[in-house]
Ligand binder design. Structure first.
Ligand code: GCW
Length: 647
């Protein structure tokens, strides 16, 4: 292997060679302006086949054609094959798709596809701090930063860029939305030059960088005494500083901003609106074609638990819905998928159906903060598919808004400097699925999981099926032994792993279950906090009425007595017991299924996943016992099936 080949294969997850594939004798033909893509294609084939045997009899043609801008087509021909793209970017995507289908074991003559992405912006958000730590990172340290400086392995960056481009990602924000005084400096020298150098490494792969900026940058780096977005000096600061930034990085995608959120400053501190804040910054990047991604994760994180009027999931709507139509064209409001915070089960944020004249981005979290931290198995694709197919307006699924009102799919990265990128190898599937789903939201979790398993493991049918089934079931299993029915949280404060039922019950964060001796949950109906009123009819009515509320969200919307009869006749309490006993038992099944793969999966992966599944089992048992004991102690009612509950 020469150097270039090694770079290609070293860490490349699903682009890693797995099979010894039958090489095909061919020549690659491409015009000289797509040299880089030509090279990528060559390296990819060498990696898959161990080499290329040149032959004039069969030609693999790469060309830019009249297709959708980022689209591509893959077409077998009489004596050759054609990969066409609507632009160089489209062609690159076509090449990667072609390689990845080959890697999945398909034969070249049968690969035929025409595809173009549904949303323009497909973005990964890193929550990397410049000291090298990653907020909510479960796969090691940052591969961009260390000791408050850029510090990276160039090959790894290339590999990462390739990996992301191969699933259609075209934007990456490299620093945490929680910007501190150091990372605030990314838009000024000396860090700006380093940022420009990094941007250049991503550029050939069609990836534009974004940078998280500090709302108080006018004070921190501009030396002003205010950050008031309507102050002349502040507006001038953003304009001048952005001109400096775009001079260095002309294709920077733009800025990401977390303001008025979790102790970060924002426009509301100056009596201004979210639109005032976003528009001032957006006006500064507009001349350069830049975009401002403005997060809607705005709520009171200093709530008094005694206050039962304030209802955290209602906050984003209250701050942003009244401003619909007031945001500049280059502002995209970045909205978390649910109204609370990346829980296993939440309704879709009501902002998506209620903003009619505002650009939106949906934000997912691939990092498994509340979903098992890359120890417990959790296939997010399953959850995302449910979210995208949720009805958000009369007869309209969320995914029908993609490419119309929702212009971007963004997600918090689950990667770090661990050799396999994601700590748990099986968590790679979530990263893969995000990119593919952002490209084509019609893909189902089942299809995505199958694709990923195929390109990742060189194993037999039994092996593949086992991994697929484990992944498909994993979300349901995790949900059932943690905090099901939409009640959420009950996790250890700050780490967010493992059970702590009252951990947040008397805290400031606004996430309460309010369990008493008789009932649990918050009444969020029109008669309660009024949260359901944020949805259009008929959703409002559906969530309002306990009979029509989807059962899996029962405790998100309603306060329910333990003796409430669920649809199948069980009491709520018995459902809680069953769910936890069953979930913990299924965690055992996961481990057992995996153990059956001992000689079918590469040793290192086999053992590291097994270690995690063992930890998952301990976690599941701890959740089961703590939750069951908690409710037993509240109610004094035993499990009908007489299983062990600690008193
Ligand atoms: O879920 C919370 C996390 C914070 C995170 C915040 C956010 C980056 O616990 O770590 O901060 O969400 O999304 O801004």
């Amino acid at each position: 292997m020469d150097h270039a080949e090694r770079i290609y294969s070293e860490y490349n997850a699903w682009l890693q060679p797995k099979f010894s594939l039958e090489p095909k004798a061919l020549q690659i033909s491409a015009s000289s302006d797509v040299d880089f893509i030509h090279q990528e294609c060559r390296l990819g084939l060498i990696r898959l086949w161990g080499g290329i045997q040149e032959s004039a009899e069969y030609t693999l043609r790469l060309k830019v054609d009249d297709l959708e801008h980022e689209g591509f087509s893959l077409t077998p021909l009489e004596n050759g094959y054609e990969i066409a793209g609507g632009s160089k970017k489209g062609l690159l995507y076509g090449v990667y798709r072609f390689l990845s289908r080959l890697a999945g074991g398909e034969s070249m003559e049968k690969i035929q596809e025409h595809s173009a992405p549904q949303v323009d912006y497909r973005i990964i958000n890193h929550w990397d701090n410049m000291d090298g730590r990653i907020e909510r990172g479960y796969a090691g340290h940052s591969f961009f930063f260390r000791n408050n400086k850029f510090d990276y392995d160039e090959e790894r960056i290339t590999n990462y860029a390739r990996l992301m481009a191969s699933i259609g990602i075209n934007g990456i924000c490299i620093n945490n939305v929680n910007v501190n005084r150091v990372s605030a400096g990314l838009i000024a020298e000396p860090l700006l030059s380093d940022l420009a150098e990094l941007a250049a490494r991503f550029r050939p792969f069609g990836i534009r960088l974004l940078v998280s900026v500090h709302f108080d940058a006018p004070m921190i780096i501009g030396g002003l005494t205010t950050s008031d977005p309507l102050d002349e000096g502040v507006m001038e600061f953003w304009k001048a500083q952005s001109a400096v930034v775009y001079d260095k990085i002309p294709d920077l995608l733009g800025y990401l901003v977390k303001a008025d959120s979790e102790f970060r400053g924002g426009p509301e501190e100056f009596g201004r609106t979210q639109a005032d804040g976003a528009n001032t910054i957006a006006a500064a990047v507009a001349p350069f074609g830049g975009v401002v991604f403005w997060r809607c994760f705005v709520y009171n994180c200093q709530q008094d638990w005694r206050d039962t009027q304030t209802d955290r999931p209602m906050a984003a709507y209250k701050h942003f819905q009244p401003l619909d139509g007031k945001f500049d064209r280059n502002v995209i409001l970045q909205i978390k998928n649910g109204p609370l915070d990346f829980q296993t089960r939440e309704p879709v944020s009501p902002l998506f159906s209620s903003l009619k004249n505002t650009n939106e981005a949906i934000e997912f979290q691939i990092a498994q903060e509340y979903t098992g931290q890359q120890i417990d198995l959790y296939s997010l694709a399953v959850q995302w598919e449910e979210i995208l197919t949720t009805e958000v307006d009369k007869g309209k699924q969320l995914k029908s808004l993609l490419g119309r009102e929702i212009l971007a799919m963004t997600a918090v990265a689950n990667t770090g400097d661990n050799m396999n990128w994601t700590g748990n190898t099986l968590a790679q599937c979530n990263l893969y699925a995000f990119g593919r789903m952002a490209w084509n939201p019609e893909l189902t979790a089942k299809e995505l999981i199958r694709e990923w398993v195929r390109v990742t493991f060189d194993t037999d049918e039994h092996g593949r099926r086992t991994v697929e089934e484990m992944l498909l079931k994993s979300r349901g299993i995790y949900e059932s032994y943690t905090a099901p029915l939409g009640i959420g949280f009950m996790v250890n404060p700050s780490t967010h792993y493992g059970p702590n039922i009252d951990g947040y019950e008397f805290s400031n964060w606004g996430t309460y279950h309010r369990a008493s001796l008789e009932a649990i949950g918050i009444d969020r109906t029109s008669k309660g906090t009024g949260f359901t009123l944020q949805y259009p009819e008929p959703l409002q009515r559906m969530y309002d009425r306990i009979e029509s509320c989807p059962e899996e969200l029962l405790l998100f919307f309603h306060r329910v007595r333990y003796d409430y009869k669920m649809k199948d006749g069980r009491t709520l309490l018995q459902y809680i017991y069953d769910s936890h006993f069953e979930g913990a038992r299924q965690a055992e099944d996961l481990l057992q299924s995996w153990e059956g793969l001992e000689n079918r999966i590469p040793q290192e992966t086999y053992h590291s996943v097994k270690e995690r599944l063992k930890l998952q089992l301990l976690n599941a048992r701890e959740w089961r016992d703590q939750v069951n004991t908690f409710f037993y102690r509240k109610t004094g009612i035993d499990d009908e099936k007489g299983r062990k509950i600690y008193r």
